[in-house]
Design a protein. Structure first.
Length: 374
């Protein structure tokens, strides 16, 4: 056999795929058609075979249904033919395939239900009980029980309505109530009622107390701490020029107790104090140069000065002691005296006068020199 061409193979594959797809579609159509037929078939079975054939021609003639179908009026005395029995079997299988449930008619119970409450508490009343439609209960469109429910009536509570004397009796104590305080001591109570039984028809009431009280939560309440007032400032560490002083407070107003929280914040404060400058006493500085002498000769004076600035007095400090100016003599040498001629005189008198003047002048000059030396 020769080698197949690729084109032929491709065409063959396309044809095969078409055939397979067509088969699948045909299968789906058949399945859908079968489902539709089954649906129609079930509807037909429910409407026709159920109502007109199966019950009328099968169950009514004593056919033993495997799906528990019964008929209220079974015809006796006639034997079902085998042909008909086969038809009934087929119809029943079709009903079963349609999930058919045979109707179950209700039936009255064999026993009566419980007695009702008595219509009176004393001097005679009535109570009733009846049968119920639950043997079996109607299901699957079965009919209810036929007729009225069978009822029994009986008398009850024939005692006289005149209540007997009953003395009161205490009931149980209630739980303790919530304490009136969380701490520091409170109260809580519990009560009971005279209702076990209540006193009736002149019976004596309960003897004793209806409530009782006790203390509770007697533990002290927590006390949170509080600061006292600030104390006095301490003495400043310096009298001037800036120092420090402090003050404090304590957590005792009140003290924390019984789990209370302590004080928040600082217990001490520190501040500057005496920030003013300290007093500085004045001190003399050096003397300055001497001033010029007031006279060139024959005795004069000159001075020198100093200032109170080494240091100068500050912040109330004392001034310098002593004088700021010193004076001394100067140029004590005699001043030069130039000679000068006196006028001429005639005779002896004139000569003597001149001689006397000359002597006095010499004496005076000698005195002035000695004074200057001393």
């Amino acid at each position: 056999m020769g080698k197949l061409s690729p084109v032929f193979v491709l065409v063959l594959l396309v044809v095969l795929a078409s055939v397979v797809d067509a088969g699948r579609k045909n299968g789906r159509r058949k399945k859908k058609h079968q489902e539709e037929e089954e649906h129609e078939k079930c509807e037909e079975a429910l409407v026709h075979k159920l109502e007109h054939r199966f019950f009328k021609h099968c169950v009514a003639f004593g056919y033993k249904s495997k799906i528990d179908c019964v008929h209220e009026d079974i015809r006796t005395g006639r034997r079902m033919r085998k042909k008909n029995a086969r038809k009934c079997k087929v119809w029943e299988s079709e009903l079963k395939a349609c999930n058919y449930k045979c109707p179950i008619d209700g039936g009255w119970s064999d026993d009566f239900g419980p007695w009702s409450e008595c219509t009176a508490e004393c001097e005679g009343g009535e109570m009733t009980r009846s049968k119920t439609c639950d043997n079996p209960a109607p299901q699957y469109d079965g009919v209810d029980c036929v007729g009225e429910a069978e009822v029994e009536v009986a008398g009850c509570n024939f005692d006289s309505c005149a209540a007997p004397t009953v003395n009161g009796g205490w009931g149980n104590w209630s739980d303790w109530s919530v304490c009136t305080c969380d701490c520091g001591g409170g109260n809580q109570t519990k009560t009971r009622l005279c209702d076990s039984p209540r006193p009736t028809a002149g019976g004596t009431p309960c003897d004793g107390i209806i409530s009782t009280t006790r203390e509770c939560n007697i533990q002290p309440c927590p006390i949170d701490g509080g600061y006292s007032k600030w104390g006095e400032w301490s003495e400043c560490s310096a009298k001037c020029g800036g120092g420090m002083h402090s003050r404090s407070r304590t957590c005792d107003n009140p003290e924390p107790q019984f789990g209370g929280v302590t004080c928040e914040g600082t217990t001490g404060q520190t501040e500057e104090c005496n920030t003013q400058g300290c007093p500085v006493d004045g001190e003399w500085g050096d003397y300055g140069p001497w001033s010029d002498c007031s006279e060139a000769c024959g005795g004069g004076s000159q001075n020198t000065t100093r200032a109170c600035d080494n240091p100068a007095p500050e912040n109330g400090g004392a001034e310098c002691l002593g004088e700021s100016v010193v004076t001394q003599q100067c140029n004590n040498d005699p001043c030069p005296v130039d000679g000068g001629w006196v006028p001429l005189v005639t005779g002896v008198r004139a000569a003597r006068s001149a001689e006397g003047v000359s002597r006095r002048g010499a004496e005076n000059a000698t005195i002035r020199f000695l004074s200057s030396v001393e």
